[in-house]
Ligand binder design. Structure first.
Ligand code: PLP
Length: 375
């Protein structure tokens, strides 16, 4: 099997699965005052410590959530409802994941002014984000790395300037596709809030976290028993949290060597695409090596996806979340409609190899000769 759909989800690491099983066996409720509760609470604390260390922040700035979708929603609604009584302007981009784009539409319908910045010539200019912010702005929310193209946004530069000019504006970064892949800590991003997801980093689905910088106060979305220091109620999913901590612990220590290796895979893929007639790149060379957007002349993504699937090669058509819906993100990045219809997302992890890329290219060539000749 060749799995090139790591931006959609990743295979859990054995250490993550083992940590989950251990937490299932230590099944106490972290809020219980007896020994079983204490064991569970220690598992949660250890995981929080790992996640905090990976972002270079303190443990009490990390709040576990059910995933990045909840972290994104919490940041956007929390900031808007806490600070937006008078300040109604929010700055974001046109290429955000639906976990940001949909909450923005809700706020727009409630009277907030949403300013959406577009890329220019295939990427973003920090100045475009900075100059959209004014005295009436409560929140700036921009992703670090685009999930469809791998484009890396100039978040550090933009957010630091914004905080200098407007210290009270809250900055939020959806870091999901950059976390444990690109060498950024919270302070490099200048973000007051950061969303991350477990299943994109070889942990399990249904767990994520929101980093909230000390001193920043926003309203939570989930009220109840007061878990997560009163910010996000609900009995903690100890097995998912344990798996998240174990994966993070393992991955963040060798992030640089993994990224260097994945860069060599991406360079190799780009070279092979450039050498092959009818294959083209959408992604820029300076984007994340983990997410590579390509297209095959004249062959629709869905057809290609199933052709590859028969050969046990798994890729995505554009973005997994768009489920066949036309992606406006690609057109924002200047990809023409015809190319967008034929786009495949090849997303790597450090377990992939150049031999697997050769297998993909051979399969794409086979598709060209069989499918294009029947057309
Ligand atoms: N943000 C980005 C950029 C993503 O790629 C994804 C998942 O595809 C999410 C948010 C949502 O993450 P989760 O699946 O943890 O809710």
């Amino acid at each position: 099997m060749v799995y090139f759909d790591n931006a959609a989800t990743t295979q859990p690491l054995p250490c993550a699965a083992a940590a989950a099983v251990n937490a299932i066996e230590n099944f106490g409720n972290p809020s219980s005052l007896h020994k079983l509760g204490l064991n569970a609470s220690q598992i949660v604390s250890a995981a929080r410590k790992s996640v905090a260390a990976s972002l270079g922040v303190s443990e009490n700035e990390i709040f576990f959530t059910s995933g990045a979708t909840e972290a994104d929603n919490t940041a956007v609604f929390g900031a808007a409802y806490s600070l937006g009584k008078r300040k109604k302007r929010i700055v974001t981009t046109t290429v955000e994941h639906p976990a940001i784009a949909e909450p923005m539409k809700v706020l727009e319908s409630e009277g907030y002014e949403i300013v959406r910045i577009s890329p220019r010539d295939g990427t973003f200019a920090a100045e475009d984000i900075i100059s959209a912010v004014d005295d009436n702005t409560c929140l700036v929310s921009c992703m670090l790395c685009n999930n469809e193209t791998g484009d890396i946004l100039p978040i550090g530069r933009a957010f630091r300037q914004i905080k200098k000019r407007f210290p009270r504006v809250l900055t939020h970064c959806d870091m999901v596709q950059g976390y444990l892949k690109l060498p950024f800590k919270a302070k490099d991003l200048g973000a007051d809030m950061i969303s991350i997801s477990g299943h994109k980093v070889h942990a399990l689905k249904g767990i994520g976290a929101l980093y909230i910088r000390k001193g920043v106060h926003i309203r939570g979305l989930v009220y109840g028993g007061g878990q997560e220091r009163g910010f996000r109620s609900g009995t903690e999913s100890v097995p998912l949290i344990a798996a998240f901590g174990a994966a993070v612990d393992k991955l963040y220590k060798n992030m640089d060597s993994r990224s260097t290796y994945v860069r060599s895979l991406s360079d190799y893929l780009r070279e092979r695409i450039e050498q092959t007639e009818g294959l083209h790149l959408n992604s820029r060379a300076d984007g994340s090596p983990y997410v590579n957007s390509i297209y095959v002349d004249g062959l629709r993504s869905e057809i290609m996806l199933h052709f590859l699937e028969e050969r046990e090669i798994y890729v995505s058509s554009g973005s997994a979340c768009s489920k066949g819906k036309k992606s406006s993100v690609l057109s924002e990045y200047g990809v023409p409609d015809r190319a967008a219809d034929s786009t495949l997302r090849i997303s790597f992890c450090a377990e992939n190899t150049t031999a697997q890329i050769d297998e993909l290219i051979d399969a794409l060539k086979a598709a060209q000769s069989t499918l294009l000749s029947v057309k």
